[in-house]
Design a binder for this molecule. Structure first.
Ligand SMILES: O=c1ccn([C@H]2C[C@H](O)[C@@H](CO)O2)c(=O)[nH]1
Ligand SMILES: [Zn+2]
Length: 134
């Protein structure tokens, strides 16, 4: 799947954002090596801290749909920002856990600006669980 096609999927997912508090809509999409695509949008809550970002929604939807870590091929994220959207730290950590540091991530805005990066480049020095217990 081309990065542009995946970005189109993220754009469509953004339309489904539930963001009545911030009014800031974000869309994400992840593709697997065998061509499955999962969509994510941000889902807010009256208890603001319960909000789930578009990126994690997409990754969690994929895992819930049967995707295993290591099967992710690429991810795309889009929002109405001046520069290509910058995922939050929590999502960067989850991208690395599930997609791996090499996961290609295409960040974009509605004006067509794009930044191609990787999960590892977005979060150097990620937390990895309990290395001293191995
Ligand atoms: O990369 C990002 C940044 C923010 N948000 C959401 C969380 C919240 O609903 C709104 C404002 O932060 O945007 C995302 O989904 N992804
Ligand atoms: Zn986030």
């Amino acid at each position: 799947m081309s990065p542009d096609k995946l970005l189109e999927a993220a754009h469509l997912a953004r339309e489904r954002a539930y963001a009545p508090y911030s009014h800031f809509r974000v869309g994400a999409a992840v593709a697997t090596h065998d061509g499955r695509v999962f969509h994510g949008c941000n889902v807010e809550n009256a208890s603001y801290g319960l909000t789930n970002c578009a990126e994690r929604t997409a990754l969690f939807a994929a895992i819930a749909g049967g995707v295993k870590p290591g099967e992710f091929a690429q991810m795309a994220v889009i929002a109405d920002t001046a520069q290509p959207v910058a995922p939050c730290g929590a999502c960067r950590q989850v991208m690395i856990e599930l997609g791996g540091a090499q996961l290609p991530v295409l960040l974009a805005n509605l004006q067509g600006l794009q930044h191609a990066t990787t999960a590892g480049a977005l979060l150097p020095g990620p937390f990895t669980a309990y290395p001293r217990c191995e």
